[in-house]
Design a protein around this ligand. Structure first.
Ligand SMILES: Nc1nc2c(ncn2[C@@H]2O[C@H](COP(=O)(O)OP(=O)(O)OP(=O)(O)O)[C@@H](O)[C@H]2O)c(=O)[nH]1
Ligand SMILES: [Mg+2]
Length: 346
């Protein structure tokens, strides 16, 4: 039985009115795999798009256990309590089948924020495809903006691909680190360094404080070796303690300074324009993939080819060419069954 849905106008009205219940339901539509929900989501988003774009979009990454959720809890409380702001928190975790319950635990780890009227927390269930998760998060950001959230924080676990995805939908990218935990374990890869706008050494409390300060200086030195970014921003390295609630205001000030600079020199607009293009590409590629997966001829032939390739009787090259040829013959031939999108992964 298809899930119960509202007419699209009601989602639009509810979201624009800041109705959290409707916002949550609208996100469910956006996250859904059903073809009918795809239509609904597209209508909704088209109507809401003019009301988006005003929030500060901040991506936060770091290895599991670095304290991302605790940090966001502290940051959110600071934003609400001391800046009179509101905040929406989203999480992207494409590796959730491996990292298990971390996402489920998030709501409880943002204990204070979770009960705040002016905070909206949405853990995204991970459903395999990274692109899918990313697309939904991007659209969820827009829904939250339309609902009036002025600060959007996206938490992503430190896995290369998800970072790239989150970077491509946020304005400021913050890496949380630990002092002395072994750089190679912390994903201090060149790629990540080049993406970040700021770094904070978390857990700078108790005995850990001097170590954190030393790490801060080392990382600041290391960051200096990278060429300056075209937007004129120099990434900063700070220390903070999410538990002691120290250094949170400074991290936020860094986000604000970055924004002031990029708004002033036109780079924020450029960034958003580039992201819009990326989004279009992603949507197109996802659409193609979806068409391919729903294609009846492809779906019928796929199990056989999988066996052939798996058994070494056919090369992956030949099999993929055959699938593509089938698709090219009748690209729009789709299975009636909506559930096909949950089926076999290619
Ligand atoms: N001492 C200290 N402990 C902290 C701090 N921030 C987080 N922790 C602890 O570190 C542990 C992990 O924190 P989380 O916020 O769940 O970390 P996370 O990065 O969100 O973890 P995942 O979502 O699993 O990737 C928890 O036990 C926290 O209490 C801090 O500033 N100081
Ligand atoms: Mg977390």
């Amino acid at each position: 039985m298809p899930p119960r849905r509202l007419p699209w106008e009601q989602y639009v009205e509810g979201v624009l009115g800041g109705d959290r219940m409707v916002l949550a339901r609208a996100i469910t539509v956006v996250e859904s795999n059903l073809a009918s929900d795809g239509e609904l989501a597209a209508r909704m988003l088209d109507a809401l798009l003019p009301h988006t774009g005003h929030a500060r979009r901040v991506g936060i990454t770091g290895v599991p256990g670095v304290g991302k959720s605790t940090f966001i809890d502290a940051l959110g409380m600071y934003l609400i309590g001391e800046c009179g702001e509101n905040v929406a928190v989203l999480s992207v975790d494409p590796s959730s089948p491996i990292s298990g319950g971390s996402i489920l635990g998030d709501k409880t780890r943002m204990e204070k924020l979770a009960v705040e009227e002016r905070a909206f927390i949405r853990p995204s269930p991970s459903q395999g495809h990274l692109g899918g998760v990313a697309r939904r998060t991007r659209e969820t950001i827009l829904l939250c903006e339309a609902a009036g959230y002025r600060n959007i924080v996206v938490e992503t676990v430190g896995v290369g691909q998800s970072e790239t995805a989150v970077r491509s939908m946020t304005d400021f990218f913050l890496l949380l680190m630990l002092a002395g935990a072994g750089d190679e374990l912390q994903g201090m890869k060149r790629g990540i360094i080049e993406m970040l706008d700021g770094m904070a050494i978390n857990k700078a409390d108790g005995d850990n404080k001097p170590k954190a300060e030393r790490a801060r200086m080392e990382y600041a030195g290391a960051l200096h070796l990278f060429p300056a970014s075209a937007d004129g921003w120099t990434p900063r390295v700070l220390t903070c303690s999410s538990v002691a609630r120290e250094g949170i205001a400074e991290v936020w000030q860094m986000v604000l300074d970055h924004r002031t600079l990029l708004e002033g020199n036109g780079f924020l607009a450029q960034l958003r324009n580039r992201q819009a293009l990326q989004w279009m590409n992603e949507l197109t590629m996802l659409g193609l993939e979806e068409l391919f997966r729903r294609n009846g001829a492809v779906a019928a032939r796929l199990p056989v080819l999988r066996q052939e390739v798996h058994g070494g009787r056919m090369t992956p090259f030949a099999a993929s060419r055959e699938l593509l040829a089938l698709f090219r013959l009748q690209p729009s031939q789709s299975q009636c069954n909506d559930e096909s999108s949950h089926g076999e992964t290619l």
